[in-house]
Design a protein around this ligand. Structure first.
Ligand code: TA6
Length: 302
């Protein structure tokens, strides 16, 4: 069991051979690499950095789990406290600090990363001058990856925010568990549509905000016989789930996204974005997700 911090990059390694790596420089990015366990191999392949992603801090990283806070997309209400912040807020473009290990034993290894208002670039801080602290905890066991995000209000007044884990998966998947949920269809002028399909399969531009998703657990289905290799995604204290794939045209328009990458990715993003969370002064709010592999992939064919 090892936690290493070297030159701003933090690596977590579980004794079973699974490992995860992140960096506290410029953004919080977690790539799952070097998994020794067959069971977790698909997660390794699931969250890499997109091939053209910018790594110099000029843009948010495409890949891993960019953290969206305190604003999802652009605020539609000009009166929102976060209205002048960039698309997806400030957490994904700020420099996080590695805060050290939390647990390091046979069962699990975990580490924490922190961001306070003092670390936010001045131009963004001016637009949202709140005193806050974010703590992002990454926990790895032999078959799960858990992320929690704590938001603390260190000011004297309440503030409002959205939070979302913009998780990039690189496997051709379908998602089960969003049927009978209404979504806002961003590629169809925010039409409200009730999803009646048993599972979502990505075969066109998809940009949906599933609202108030009652089930907290989804099955991410790799489409293999007998569900081999599938994993579950459990959201913790998050109402909504965004599903995004830019498809052909949008992929070509994005300079930091490979032209063909749309074929092998989808973002499944648990968050609270259709309303703001109001956090009183001195209080803490917490959310997260657990990604769990539940079937061995011995027969998995790619
Ligand atoms: O979460 C979905 C989404 O907001 C899409 O609308 C799409 O714009 C995507 O995220 C990527 O956003 P980005 O700011 O990273 O280009």
């Amino acid at each position: 069991m090892t936690i290493k911090d070297y030159e701003g990059k933090v690596s977590l390694e579980h004794s079973s051979g699974s490992s995860t790596e992140g960096t506290s420089v410029l953004f919080i990015y977690l790539s799952l690499i070097r998994y020794g366990l067959e069971l977790l191999e698909l997660l390794v392949n699931s969250l890499p950095i997109r091939e053209k992603s910018k790594l110099d801090g000029t843009k948010a990283i495409r890949g891993g789990i960019p953290l969206i806070f305190p604003q999802f997309a652009k605020a539609s209400e000009p009166s929102a406290e976060t209205a002048n912040l960039p698309q997806h807020g400030i957490a994904r473009v700020s420099t996080w600090k590695f805060l050290g290990a939390v647990t390091d034993n046979e069962e699990e290894v975990s580490a924490r990363f922190g961001l306070t208002d003092a670390q936010v670039p001045e131009n963004f801080h001016k637009e949202w001058p709140k005193k806050f602290e974010l703590i992002f905890t990454v926990t790895l066991t032999a078959n799960t990856l858990k992320n929690t995000l704590e938001v603390r209000n260190n000011g004297t007044e309440p503030f409002e925010f959205n939070a979302l884990l913009h998780t990039y998966y690189s496997v051709p998947i379908s998602i089960k568990g969003l049927n009978e949920v209404t979504y806002l269809d961003k590629v169809n002028n925010f039409a409200r549509i009730r999803d009646v399909k048993d599972s979502i399969t990505i075969d066109q531009e998809t940009d949906r905000i599933y609202m108030d998703v009652p089930k907290d657990e989804f099955i991410i289905d790799l489409g293999q016989p007998d569900g081999v290799g599938n994993f579950t995604l459990k959201k913790l204290n998050l109402k909504d789930t965004v599903v995004w794939n830019p498809w052909i045209k949008k992929a070509l328009e994005m300079s930091d996204f490979g032209d063909d990458e749309y074929k092998k990715m989808v973002c499944v993003e648990p968050g609270t974005v259709t309303e703001y969370v109001k956090l009183e002064a001195g209080k803490t709010w917490e959310c997260g997700q657990i990604i769990k592999v539940f079937a061995l992939k011995s027969k998995l064919t790619k």
